[in-house]
Design a protein around this ligand. Structure first.
Ligand SMILES: [Zn+2]
Ligand SMILES: [Zn+2]
Ligand SMILES: [Zn+2]
Length: 443
């Protein structure tokens, strides 16, 4: 039989094309799933030009009067629909949503989304895993990674119908605001829901890591999160030595700024704090003691860390987030110095109990010397990053000794405090004894 010339056509209609001199000329136009054809005369179907949609690089509305432009292999085509209704369904039809590639191995969801790049909707394949939202460009049938957003950098996911309808939404990360278009409203809703779930499960696991390190109450956690903000994902590395997963697991992208690293790009630098690789502007070889390595391996070496980790460690340096009894109690036994530190801190706590009750104002004096470390009077196992650094530098014990000396001198010479001493229950000697005298007293 006769072949149907209209088979497979999505749309027929007229369009005006702007010529070299800026003059608009009318063409008859056929849109098939693969091709856009401009015809001079639709009776005879004389085809003037045809453009393969596979080669269409971008499509943009340039004017509210129905003008739009298409780019094919770098060549721009300026078109105008005769009425607003006409042009408005051209974009929807010509967007290609077919996923022509195998999804990533760790993908929870992978599909084509169009991204608004300078008011042009450009197709990318988005792949969501439990750790990252990756964004690929398709070139010559290959998926090329063009951007990667760590889940921890995602701040919000919001629908945005103002971009064009219910299929549009925004993902707000610490680096950028992604304006996205899904194939339809259901797809957009499913993306938003999945992104939210992944973000929630990520935050929950980060919270668990945090509780392990410091057993903080809810209020302290909120305060802490506000202090460290976008760096809060680094909390998990505070008490756990990171496992280095290798540059390929990061898809050769800097964990800080998403620049490509490795091969002929910037030399990748390993951050000893996070175990992630960074480019040379995100990692400038700043060196510091790594808390997790000190805690678990008694490794006091200063190692290179990325800028973000250094900033994070500075933000939390004075907070007693690390509970050594919870994280690695055996350090007290294995390291002589740590055993001595524990003993001094237990003494200091007992001395503190005297000074807290003394009405002479000695506590105020002690507070000045504590240098904001009031937790030293509350719990002998809590450490801040500053404490660990001072331990590595060998000055923490001296600091404790000075505090002990001040506090015990007060108790021995204070009329109020000596009244709260004890008489030995065994020999009833007239000497007053105190519970912090570890060398001469036992309970
Ligand atoms: Zn970087
Ligand atoms: Zn006193
Ligand atoms: Zn006695």
């Amino acid at each position: 039989g006769l072949s149907n010339p209209f088979r497979g056509l999505l749309k027929l209609g007229s369009l005006e094309r702007r010529g070299a001199m800026g003059i608009w000329k009318e063409f008859f136009c056929e849109l098939s799933p693969l091709e856009l054809r401009l015809l001079l005369d639709h009776e005879d179907r004389i085809c003037v030009e045809s453009y393969s949609l596979l080669r269409c690089e971008s499509l943009a509305l340039t004017h509210s009067d129905g003008r739009f432009e298409l780019v094919f292999l770098g060549k721009k085509l300026f078109l105008r629909a005769p009425s607003r209704d006409e042009y408005s369904d051209v974009p929807g039809n010509s967007l290609d949503w077919a996923p022509a590639h195998e999804p990533e191995l760790d993908a929870i969801k992978e599909a084509v989304l169009y991204v608004d790049i300078d008011k042009t909707w450009v197709p990318f394949i988005f792949s969501l895993s439990l750790e990252t939202l990756k964004c690929f460009k398709v070139r010559n049938k290959d998926k090329i990674l063009s951007n990667s957003y760590g889940i921890e950098t995602i701040q919000d996911i919001v629908p945005d119908t103002s971009l064009g309808g219910p299929a549009f939404f925004k993902v707000i990360t610490s680096k950028a605001v992604l304006k996205l278009q899904a194939e339809n409203a259901e797809e957009a809703a499913s993306w938003r829901e999945l992104l939210r779930e992944v973000l929630m499960s990520y935050l929950e696991s980060a919270e668990e890591a945090l509780t392990l390190g410091g057993s903080l109450d809810g209020h302290s956690q909120v305060v802490l999160k506000n202090t460290v903000k976008e760096n809060s994902f680094l909390l998990q590395y505070l008490v756990a030595i990171p496992t280095e997963k290798g540059l390929d697991s990061q898809s050769f992208i800097c964990a800080g700024c998403s620049r490509q690293i490795g091969f002929s790009f910037a030399k990748p630098k390993l951050c000893a704090f996070s175990g992630l690789y960074y480019c040379d502007s995100c990692h400038q070889d700043d060196e510091t003691v790594i808390p997790s390595r000190l805690i678990h391996n008694w490794d006091l070496t200063k190692r290179g860390v990325c800028r973000q980790a250094l900033k994070f460690l500075t933000q939390i340096r004075n907070q007693p987030l690390i509970d050594l009894k919870l994280v690695n109690e055996s350090l007290y036994e294995h390291v002589e110095g740590m055993g001595r530190i524990l003993r001094s801190r237990e003494q200091l706590k007992l001395l503190g109990d005297y000074l807290i009750l003394c009405r002479s104002g000695a506590l105020k004096e002690l507070s000045k010397r504590l240098d904001h470390r009031h937790y030293l009077l509350e719990c002998p196992h809590k450490y801040s990053v500053t404490d660990l650094r001072q331990i590595a530098d060998g000055v923490f014990e001296t600091f404790l000794q000075a505090l002990l000396q001040f506090a015990s001198h007060h108790v021995y010479t204070c009329d109020l405090c000596t009244q709260r001493g004890f008489i030995c229950q065994i020999c009833n000697s007239s000497d007053i004894i105190f519970p912090f005298e570890f060398d001469t007293t036992t309970r």
